[in-house]
Design a protein around this ligand. Structure first.
Ligand code: IMP
Ligand code: MG
Length: 452
């Protein structure tokens, strides 16, 4: 009998990596650290200790802000990225505790979500009224996953007030439908209707931007004369490449990336997805676009194709994470190496590889509009390692929300800190938004399913 062969370097390495990733890719190092520190006061039954701890963490943030690469905080939380403003953590803690009496609880310690909320507040106060550009993720931040902006008057009024207050509002979404304005209009119909109803002037409406495919397709809101009865219509129109990607602008240039690389990236991503479909027995469908490749539930026909397996209606989170990490691993090891940025993420119901990522998108907007990092904020729902908003952390302060309702809530604080008058109320825009969407579209492919 053959003696068992000793494990190769690559097999032990990948086992180690698998174990490491299993415990780490679903965690946020910073929030876990703060929660753990607060837990000491909870366990000791010393409510007065919370504030002392928070103040010490705020001091660590200050040190990190000045020296992000070699700070104590970086040492304690290696996954910590740069911060672009000081964080007003003690003030945020006081505000939050005043309302929710966290320190009065004897049986339930401060939770992950509470720390997340406090960090959001601290960040909003850290930027204060410097804010000039706010970018929003789409799915699960402005509308439910796979849904459209069609219900939330609270959220729409917050966004209108920001526009009216002189802030650029950008939707930076991974969803990519090329420069096909009407497709993005379907997803943002409620917001566009609210803009029409509110009577924003053309210049202010033009400060609403949509960056699709994470960084690849830029459109802006224009007001057009509709039929006599309709009045002005808010539409989305492509921004010419030589405007935002002009050589004179010192920012990332996704439209100038070598075609050889974007094509090879898509090819490699598709191969990796196909291998995952086979290895993980996925009843899935692969979608290939010019600058992204996706994997989505396979639908009824996939059941006949894959006798045993899962995913026809819903792909398991674990499977999607594995798909994402396998693709990242393969692309990272490509020979020759890719020099263009790319990112793979688990979108909740699907997984994707995109050319570029949201850090490229937000940085390109900052460069084009001449807005500094500390005057920018990105709001999103996917800040774990396999998410897509996490990349924006490299170029802008971020707010981590988990639903459109939370987005609406944080905007109330943003408007307050920016000293922007809340001119539009939800009631102003409710009527426009309650209208039924006129088109139903497959959000993955952009194909129109039903036209009213
Ligand atoms: P986001 O949360 O707004 O960034 O949108 C991400 C979601 O958009 C994904 O989870 C997909 O459901 C959807 N999507 C549609 N087309 C694309 C694409 O081309 N790349 C990535 N995501 C896409
Ligand atoms: Mg999202």
């Amino acid at each position: 009998m053959e003696p068992p062969s000793s494990p190769t370097f690559s097999s032990t390495f990948s086992a180690r990596r698998r174990n490491y990733m299993l415990s780490s890719h679903r965690k946020d190092g910073l929030i876990a650290y703060i929660k753990e520190m607060l837990n000491h006061s909870f366990v000791l039954g010393r409510p007065e200790g919370y504030r002392v701890t928070i103040k010490e963490i705020e001091d660590l943030f200050d040190e990190h802000y000045k020296n992000p690469k070699h700070s104590t905080l970086k040492h304690i939380v290696p996954s910590m990225g740069p911060t672009f403003t000081p964080l007003r953590l003690t003030k945020a803690f006081d505000m939050y505790n005043k309302k929710y009496a966290v320190t009065s609880r004897r049986f339930v310690s401060p939770s992950f979500n509470e720390v997340r909320h406090m960090l959001n507040l601290a960040q909003i106060m850290g930027i204060g009224n410097r804010l000039k550009l706010i970018s929003f993720d789409g799915d699960q931040t402005l509308y439910a996953d796979g849904g459209n902006f069609d219900r939330d008057g609270e959220l729409a009024s917050g966004m209108l007030n920001l526009l009216r207050g002189g802030v650029y509002v950008a939707v930076v979404t991974a969803a990519g439908y090329g420069l096909d304005g009407p497709k993005y209009e379907v997803r943002l119909e409620g917001l566009l209707k609210a803009i029409e109803e509110a009577g924003l002037d053309a210049e202010t409406a033009g400060h609403l931007l949509v960056l699709g495919g994470s960084c690849n397709y830029l459109l802006r809101c224009v007001l057009e004369q509709g039929t006599d009865k309709e009045g002005l219509r808010a539409r989305l129109e492509a921004v010419p490449a030589d405007e935002w990607q002009n050589d004179s602008i010192d920012g990332p240039k996704p439209l100038h990336w070598p075609r050889e690389q974007t094509e090879r990236l898509m090819e490699m991503a598709e191969c990796s997805f196909r291998d995952s479909v086979r290895d993980l027995k996925l009843r899935a469908r692969i979608i290939r676009k010019e600058r992204s490749v996706g994997i989505i539930p396979g639908g009824a026909s996939s059941v006949a194709r894959v006798a045993e397996g899962h995913g026809s209606k819903k792909l398991k989170r674990e499977a999607l994470d594995e798909v994402v990490m396998s693709a990242m691993d393969r692309i990272r090891c490509a020979n020759p190496k890719f020099t263009i940025p790319y990112w793979s993420f688990n979108g909740g119901r699907d997984a994707w590889v995109d050319a570029g990522d949201k850090s490229v998108g937000v940085a390109a907007l900052q460069a084009w509009l001449g807005i500094a990092k500390d005057a920018t904020m990105h709001v999103g729902d996917q800040f774990l390692n396999t998410g897509n908003d996490v990349r924006a952390r490299n170029v802008a302060p971020c707010l981590w929300i988990i639903s459109p309702a939370e987005t609406a809530k944080v905007l109330v604080h943003v408007l307050h800190e920016c000293e922007i008058e809340r001119h539009y109320t939800p009631a102003h825009v409710d009527r426009a938004i309650k209208q039924r969407p006129s088109v139903v579209m497959d959000v993955w492919t952009g194909e129109v399913v039903k036209q009213a």
